[in-house]
Design a protein around this ligand. Structure first.
Ligand code: TNX
Length: 512
């Protein structure tokens, strides 16, 4: 059975993977893995994958994973390995995928490579998936001589034990300022998987565009989805397309986090429905890039009916635990109105069984345990949120904003939070940003990519890579073992991998 979940991971016909017999790779610690695994112990031998190697799995839930494993091997060599349930009990010359109890959560895994066989073990299929990603990196970014004439693959023996620092490792894509269709989002997800990013936050509405079909309020997309920054045609996801994205994400262990930004950043909705405005008049569509000029009318009851319908329809299509309510830069909403609004919206989100996430300004409202503030600008807001019992996702603009220019010569991006070179994006720590906010309060790290200046898949990847790879390591790896010098060396091989996949990225002079 063919399954291409991880096919993209295996696509590059890396010229470097053709080998000669001498100089065999035999040191597992000489790897180029990103994010850096917790523990890697080498024992100096080799396991050789040949055409007789079998992939066996302990549990039917791993059948797809076994197929992905076979595809990765097939892509780096000419080998077409057979898969079988492990009751056939093959001991030697096999790659075994195995569920076994573990202690570090669903994503933890271990890889044990012995002379005669190899095992990827985890407590949950998700851990097996993360382990397969690690192995695929090992095969694709490893030493040049692992693959011998395409007929065998020599893997250095040893053990990898690995688990994440934070359970939430995300990136946000703004599909409102410029719209990106489902195929673009899927291609982006294919790359996120490679670096173990497990949340994709979609910024589905803003002043310039409403991007998700809401059946009970059809003009949101008919009118509000009809344009974008610069006046282009915009676009939106039908509910069917959104569901398909959610499924595509789930198959890759990515959780979609939908955001409807409110009460500010709502011009697209205000242009679609006159009744959402305090003066009862629809606004004009907006294709510029100013922020902070729009607000829903917080003292009209229809506003809450609108929010309830939108949240209900989106939550019904979203299996993940979160609904993001935005809440940023509501500069024309008076603070008491803002607080009243967020409190009511939070209750609506809870009614539909989701946890509320909001940008750090939502800390002004009555947050409770389980609510989450996304720290992007104000340490004071983040602190206030924590004091109310909320959790924190860290996205400090000066390190995490993927839409900031790399330097003054970057043609894409903005610079209001500064220039962010690849080492700046890597050299910081989530736990030393705000006094009183440590690992216990932090769910994880997210890198937002706002789209005022970007229009294509290449634009997305140029700003995201390689900075996002650094953020992925911050979210996953042991903080005590992170170092820029070491990361930079590993990153070099990932440039070759991105090249082989045809992914456009910023070739920073600080790395290459
Ligand atoms: C600030 S970050 C915004 C966005 C802009 C972004 C541009 C945040 C919560 N709000 O509306 O797109 O800056 O970098």
């Amino acid at each position: 059975m063919k399954n291409n979940l991880l096919l993209y991971l295996a696509i590059p016909a890396l010229g470097m993977l053709f080998a000669c017999e001498k100089n065999r790779p035999s040191d597992l610690t000489a790897h180029t893995l990103v994010p850096l695994p917790r523990e890697v112990v080498a024992d100096g031998e080799l396991f050789t994958i040949t055409k007789r190697t079998r992939i066996v799995f302990s549990d039917s839930s791993l059948e797809k994973h076994a197929a992905s494993m076979a595809e990765i091997v097939a892509e780096v060599s000419d080998l077409e390995l057979k898969e079988a349930p492990s009751r056939k009990n093959i001991k030697n010359n096999r790659i075994r995928l195995m569920i076994e109890p573990g202690t570090h959560g669903n994503e933890a895994y271990s890889i044990h490579i012995r002379k005669k066989n190899m095992t990827i073990a985890a407590a949950h299929p998700e851990g097996i998936f993360r382990g397969i990603v690690t192995l695929s990196q090992l095969l694709r970014t490893g030493e040049e001589n692992m693959v011998v004439e395409n007929k065998s693959i020599m893997v250095p023996t040893g053990q990898i034990n690995d688990w994440p620092e934070y359970t939430y490792r995300g990136t946000m894509l703004d599909v409102s300022r410029h719209f990106f269709g489902p195929e673009t989002v899927k291609r982006y997800m294919d790359l996120l998987v490679l670096y173990k990013i497990n949340h994709l936050h979609l910024h589905l509405s803003d002043d310039q565009g409403w991007r998700i079909e809401i059946k009970s309020w059809p003009k949101l997309t008919e009118t509000g989805g009809s344009t974008q920054v610069g006046g282009g045609p915009g676009g939106f996801y039908t509910q069917e397309e959104y569901r398909d994205l959610v499924t595509y994400a789930a198959e890759r262990y990515i959780t979609i986090v939908p955001e409807i930004d409110m009460p500010g950043h709502t011009n697209a909705a205000l242009a679609s429905y006159a009744e959402l405005n305090c003066d009862g008049k629809a606004t004009a569509l907006y294709t510029g890039t100013r922020v902070g000029f729009s607000t829903l009318c917080t003292d009209k009851e229809i506003t809450y009916q609108f929010v309830d319908d939108v949240v209900r329809e989106i939550c019904a299509m979203t299996p993940g635990p979160y609904f993001h309510v935005g809440g940023d830069e509501s500069h024309v909403t008076a603070l008491p109105d803002y607080i009243y609004f967020i409190n009511r919206v939070r209750d609506i989100v809870h009614t539909y069984g989701k946890k509320m996430i909001g940008w750090d300004e939502v800390s002004h409202a009555d947050l409770t345990q389980g609510d989450i503030a996304q720290y992007w600008a104000s340490a004071q807001n983040a602190r206030r949120a924590v004091d109310k019992g909320a959790g924190i996702i860290v996205s400090p603009a000066k390190y995490c904003y993927l839409d900031m220019k790399y330097d003054s010569t970057s043609s894409l991006g903005l610079n209001w939070a500064g220039y962010i070179e690849v080492d700046d994006a890597y050299n910081w720590s989530p736990t030393s940003l705000v006094d009183g906010i440590g690992k216990e309060q932090i769910l994880g790290v997210e890198s937002p990519l706002w789209s005022e200046t970007i229009e294509t898949f290449d634009d997305i990847t140029y700003l995201a890579f390689p900075r996002l790879i650094g953020h992925a390591e911050i979210g996953w790896s042991d903080p005590a073992s992170r170092s820029w010098e070491d990361f930079r060396e590993r990153l070099k091989s990932h440039g070759a991998l991105l090249d082989a996949m045809g992914v456009k990225y910023y070739r920073s002079p600080r790395v290459w």
